[in-house]
Design a protein around this ligand. Structure first.
Ligand SMILES: [Zn+2]
Length: 389
């Protein structure tokens, strides 16, 4: 979408994702549904039969057509009509595109747009469909004029399909590409779905939803050539700069982290991205010993390079603990008059239920250790993803 030939997307897999991905457990193939390829089941070879017009009243869907004629959907062809803006500069124009896929498949709009080089695409209106000689609900490329006909490769190779007759209430049996109509473009324009075969290894593809949290676009010299972004090479010759675009969706990442790391009480930030590493909850009335100890701990931890949030609001403990759970700082230290009388403060990890007591004088060391441990545990889970350009 940014231009260039190749893009690489980094996806967080989640049912709430806005993208659909096709994944192969057999060979590791993975692609956005917008471009995912799949192995199309070929229809058996047959000698082309003579076209035959059949009355199909009120039969404007593949479902109705296959029920009426008692044939499988893969023996039918269906048409989609869109208007597309193609070309560039002075040559930019709107064209009528007639796309055909087999009845057991769906048109993939991104693949179709790529096949015709469309800058923009929108559904054609009924009068536009009729103006090229096609009929809404009964459409096919047969007899159509003034349309860019784009045919899925599976249609071009499937003999004797049932297709619209471009006449209300009628279809044609035994329609064959090359004899009854000719495509301007033959391409893969069908959408891959769950259970379709992987083009590489044949295993069944699996669908998953995902959120795109990062991407790489190989822009090449597309923009530098257009805008004159040159450098002088060793021989003093001007060359266009080769560009790459490397994006991280910071807002999306935060949303995905929140999705992955939370419980019914609130967020559980991983230590690497937490806004603070330590949350000191002060249970003190007035300016007693707890206030002093809490502020000292705050200063000492800061000295050790930790980011610390100090809750010294005059709220009751329940409110403060609830807020701490809600905000989700990885490590909570509770400093209260009662604990201090026994010489301890309480340390609790947000990701655990257990509370641990530690002597006040060892608190700084203990907290630093715990933060380092959290970081180590996170580092161990990092999965290195090779960029296969
Ligand atoms: Zn595979």
């Amino acid at each position: 979408m940014m231009g260039g030939e190749l893009a690489h997307e980094y996806m967080y897999l989640t049912p709430i994702g806005e993208d659909t991905l096709l994944l192969c457990d057999g060979c590791g193939y993975s692609a956005n549904r917008q471009i995912a390829t799949f192995a199309k089941q070929a229809n058996p070879a047959e000698a082309p039969a003579a076209p035959e017009k059949v009355a199909t009243p009120n039969t404007t869907t593949i479902k109705a057509l296959t029920a009426l004629l008692n044939i499988p959907a893969h023996k039918t062809a269906k048409a989609l009509f869109v208007m597309a803006t193609v070309g560039s500069g002075q040559d930019k124009k709107d064209v009528f595109v007639l796309a055909v896929v087999r009845g057991d498949m769906e048109v993939n709009e991104t693949k179709l747009a790529n096949a015709v080089g469309a800058l923009e695409m929108w559904p054609a209106r009924d009068e536009e469909i009729r103006s090229v000689g096609a009929e809404p609900g009964y459409g096919s490329p047969i007899g159509v004029e003034g349309a860019l006909v784009v045919v899925d490769d599976s249609v071009a190779s499937s003999p004797n399909l049932v297709a619209g007759a471009n006449e209300p209430g009628y279809h044609l049996k035994h329609v064959n590409h090359g004899r009854d109509y000719t495509a301007d473009v033959i391409a893969d324009i069908a959408t891959a779905r769950q259970g379709d075969g992987c083009l590489t290894c044949g295993a069944a593809l699996r669908e998953s939803r995902g959120v795109e949290v990062g991407n790489i676009f190989q822009l090449g010299t597309k923009f530098t050539e257009a805008l004159g972004g040159d450098f002088l090479d060793a021989a003093g010759k001007a060359q266009p700069v080769v560009m790459g675009s490397y994006g991280i969706g910071v807002g999306r990442l935060l949303a995905c982290i929140a999705e992955e790391y939370h419980d019914e009480h609130g967020l559980i930030w991983p230590v690497a991205v937490a806004p603070y590493q330590v949350h000191i909850v002060l249970l003190a009335k007035g300016t007693g010993a707890a206030q002093e100890a809490g502020e000292q701990l705050y200063a000492d931890l800061g000295q050790r390079g930790l980011e610390v949030l100090l809750d010294d609001r005059r709220e009751n403990p329940g409110v403060k603990f609830n807020d701490a759970d809600l905000i989700g700082i990885p490590l909570r230290v509770t400093v209260g008059d009662r604990g201090l009388k026994r010489g301890i403060v309480e340390v609790k990890l947000r990701c655990e239920k257990e509370r641990r007591e530690t002597p006040v004088e060892q608190a700084v060391e203990y907290v630093v250790e715990q933060v380092e441990k959290l970081q180590r545990e996170l580092d161990e889970r990092v999965v290195k993803v090779e960029y296969k350009g």
